[in-house]
Design a protein around this ligand. Structure first.
Ligand code: PLP
Length: 407
């Protein structure tokens, strides 16, 4: 510890804001203080102009019309607006929504609210590799289905869903297609119109922009999609989301989108090499290492790895928080629960608890990856050396057959 520099490999939780985005935002805190909705003086016009420009930058990244971008406070709000907004707007057509068990809580909890409001929601299982079963998806569609909401890339595993095929199913059955694309936008190509996606949620702080600003793409033509607003007020954002716009945040979001458009391909190529280096080092030098989720259809900067018989939270203590990663355990009020995403992939509780998620980012260096490999390998070996379970495993005892006196 001490002089050791902190290594940040938790970019799926949030990314650092790119200094170029910070710089673009600064004038809008003080020099240009206007409210973008103030139509009667230059301060307002300047703010509105800046917001329009950011809207262009973001719509260029997605290859959509700038009128199709609704600014929100983040992806959580965009997910809520999309799901509840469609449910309310299309209630005469039907009340059924289909989603996946591996979605982000923002989608799952919005769906739970829909159920409370009288809707029906199908939460589909995923296959062992984390991808949707297309036949099961088609079989779940009824004449009451109004929306299918499936995330582009999973936040825990990086697994990418078959967006094109899902879009074709939605088209065939006349169902709206929404995607929480928070983990994909700005990192890989995400052009919703090419894939038949009608609504898409994303956020600035997962793509090197600031926290507290996001957006919902809402398709305006063929079909013209509408959502019922969830926030009542001044009728901003074409009546779909009231509230004074976060002008500096939106400016930073726009700049982040512009940078992503120019740099995401190079970033992805560089990071996938570093990610593979990390993954291969563990697989080559340690026993019983499992990579979770489909490795072909996966975000280039993410690795979710289980080190069998090594408890993830304990492993993290061996490197004294010098490396920021996420574990496959989620703290609930009373206990440490295994990640519901990994459980949905069919991992047992033990493999889920022994997983770490490494998410690299634009500012990750090869030196940091080398240090991570060394520290984690040392930690895994250390934990296993101390572990009676590991010793039993090495002696060839079938651990599943052992009857434990206490859980
Ligand atoms: C981070 C994240 C969200 C929530 O985004 P906020 O802008 O923090 O509200 C939603 N969905 C996914 C997949 C995420 O990774």
């Amino acid at each position: 510890m001490g002089s050791q520099k902190l290594i940040y490999l938790d970019n799926n939780s949030t990314t650092p804001c790119d200094p170029r985005a910070v710089e673009a935002m600064l004038p809008f805190f003080h020099q240009i203080p206007g409210n973008a909705a103030s139509r009667n003086h230059p301060f307002g016009w300047q703010a509105e102009e800046a917001v329009d420009y950011a809207r262009e930058q973001i719509s260029n990244l997605l290859a959509v019309d700038s009128k199709e971008i609704i600014f929100t406070s983040g992806a959580t709000e965009a997910d809520n607006l999309g799901i509840k907004g469609v449910f309310e707007m299309y209630s005469r057509k039907g009340n059924h929504i289909i989603t996946l068990k591996t979605e982000h809580k923002a989608v799952l909890d919005a769906c739970k609210k829909v159920e409370k409001m009288g809707g029906q929601v199908t939460y589909l299982d995923v296959k062992r590799d984390g991808r949707v079963d297309l036949a099961a998806l088609e079989a779940a569609i009824t004449d009451k289905t109004v929306l299918i909401s499936i995330m582009w890339a999973n936040n825990e595993t990086g697994v990418i869903q078959p967006m094109k095929e899902i879009g074709e199913l939605c088209e065939k059955h006349g169902v709206l297609f929404m995607s929480d694309a928070t983990q994909a936008v700005g990192k890989i190509k995400t052009h919703p119109k090419e894939l038949g996606i009608h609504l898409m949620a994303f956020t600035a702080h997962k793509m090197y922009g600031p926290k507290g600003v996001g957006a919902l793409f809402v398709n305006r033509k063929n079909p013209r999609v509408k959502v019922t607003s969830q926030m009542d007020g001044g009728g901003h954002e074409r009546g779909m989301r009231s509230g004074t716009l976060n002008v500096p945040g939106i400016v930073g979001f726009g700049k982040a989108a512009e940078i992503a458009m120019q740099e995401m391909e190079a970033d992805a190529a560089r990071l996938s090499i570093l990610r593979d280096k990390l993954e291969n080092a563990f697989k080559d030098t340690l026993e019983e290492v499992y990579v979770n989720g489909n490795v072909e259809h996966r975000m280039p900067h993410v690795a979710n790895i289980s080190f069998k018989h090594v408890e993830g939270e304990g492993l993290m203590m061996t490197f004294n928080q010098n490396i920021a990663v996420s574990s496959g355990s989620a703290c609930t009020s009373a206990s440490l629960e295994p990640s519901y995403v990994l459980i949905a992939l069919g991992l047992g509780d033990d493999l889920a608890h022994s997983s770490l998620r490494f998410s690299l980012g634009r500012f990750t260096t090869e030196e940091e990856i080398d240090q991570t490999i060394a520290m984690i390998s040392k930690g895994v070996n250390h934990m296993r050396d101390l572990s009676p379970i590991w010793e039993m495993f090495k002696e060839g005892i079938d651990l599943d057959a052992v009857e434990w006196s206490e859980h």
